[in-house]
Design a protein around this ligand. Structure first.
Ligand SMILES: *Cc1c(COP(=O)(O)O)cnc(C)c1O
Length: 366
């Protein structure tokens, strides 16, 4: 018998969420963001599942793109941060990749290079995130230089990233959007602005392209859910089983430092999942879990290989009972990774990308 921890990946749910992103923006093309191993879901499997739907994929670096090419993925792939050194341009050319250009050295390296065929460029503009990109005042001159080199530069887009598109009252989002709109008008350039929250909640930011990421995996990035985000389906179910049961007298502690103490006669289930699998050790007492499809909560600190849950109110739970850390239980009940993340003082992105290889991925298709 094997350790029961599994990360089940529902590729039909992935396709459903992609179609939702696409249908929310019928005049845009949706590039599916597959960076960080598809947010922990397995980039190759996710790319294969989306190949017939998505006109392009996006990753963070050339290593991620080449892994997809080597798996036989022929879909266009854009490098969201472009190249990290000039020598990568040969690989960009050889693997037929698209690149972001966000800084002067990338621009000079590209314009000095002679590709076999023009390389599509997404010119990154810093409209207010203040991480990567050219200032809007600089962008016009950069655009002109790129446009003047048609033997090097293929199709061009203007791209920018929002800092606050997820917020309920995103005043700063408006500022960024207006800056990009003004620039796009001056240059008569196509725009690629929308991440998941903007795809879900800001149709005014939809452009020639959108870049949905986390929503594809069923996580709702919005501070306040809307009708669209309520249609998302969880893709990853992190599931395990109870491997031991303890009956505790009132006042008895559980786990390291005895953080949780039985407030009454209590039954504790020991679950095969811990921070050595990527489950967040910051999970507080009360972090929700599903046991046999019923909600209960973490009781005691998360250990490396195990965690403990209160099953006092689930008397039928026993060794072998299903435990869902997030995702969909066998009885259909859903526990969202977003809710778990709130109890860990983090966001779904870190939980999903944090699931370690020790939790084997199991795919329901392909
Ligand atoms: C990761 C990333 C995205 C996707 O963001 P989500 O919030 O996951 O939708 C979009 N654009 C860029 C530049 C990114 O790095």
């Amino acid at each position: 018998m094997a350790r029961p921890l599994i990360a089940d990946i529902d590729l039909e749910a992935l396709r459903h969420n992609y179609c939702l992103a696409r249908d929310l923006a019928p005049d845009s093309q949706a590039v599916a963001v597959l960076k960080a191993d598809a947010y922990g879901h397995g980039a190759v499997a996710c790319a294969r599942a989306l190949e017939d739907l998505a006109p392009a994929f996006a990753v963070a670096c050339i290593e991620e793109a080449i892994a997809l090419r080597e798996a036989g993925i022929a879909t266009p792939i854009v490098l969201l941060e472009g190249i990290f050194e000039a020598g990568e341009l040969e690989l960009v050319d050889a693997h037929d990749l698209w690149i972001a250009v966000h800084s002067d050295w990338q621009l000079e390296a590209l314009l000095a290079y002679r590709p076999q065929r023009p390389i599509p460029v997404w010119l990154k503009v810093d409209s207010g995130m203040h991480r990567l990109g050219f200032a809007p005042e600089q962008a016009e001159a950069v655009w002109a230089r790129l446009a003047a080199a048609p033997e090097v530069v293929g199709e061009m887009q203007l791209m920018s990233h929002f800092a606050t598109a997820d917020a309920a009252h995103p005043a700063y989002f408006e500022t960024q959007l207006l800056r990009m709109r003004a620039l796009a008008e001056r240059l008569d350039a196509p725009l690629c602005l929308a991440n998941s929250p903007a795809t879900l909640a800001h149709p005014e930011a939809h452009g020639a392209w959108n870049r949905p990421g986390v929503m594809l995996y069923g996580s709702d990035p919005l501070e306040v859910a809307n009708e669209a985000s309520r249609g998302l389906q969880p893709v990853m179910t992190l599931r395990s089983e109870i491997i031991a049961v303890r009956d505790l007298a009132p006042g008895e502690p559980v786990g390291y430092a005895g953080r949780w103490k039985a407030p009454r006669p209590a039954r504790i289930g020991v679950v095969a999942c811990g921070y050595g699998d990527g489950y967040d050790r910051h999970a507080v007492d009360g972090t929700p879990v599903l046991v046999d499809g019923r909600r209960t909560a973490i009781a005691g600190k998360v250990s490396m290989d195990m965690l403990t849950v209160d099953i006092t109110e689930i008397p039928e739970a026993e060794i072998g009972s299903e435990v869902v850390l997030w995702g969909r239980a066998a009885n259909g009940t859903v526990l969202s990774v977003d809710e778990v993340a709130r109890h860990c003082d983090t966001i779904s992105y870190t939980l999903l990308t944090g699931v370690l290889p020790r939790a084997p991925r199991r795919y329901n298709r392909g």
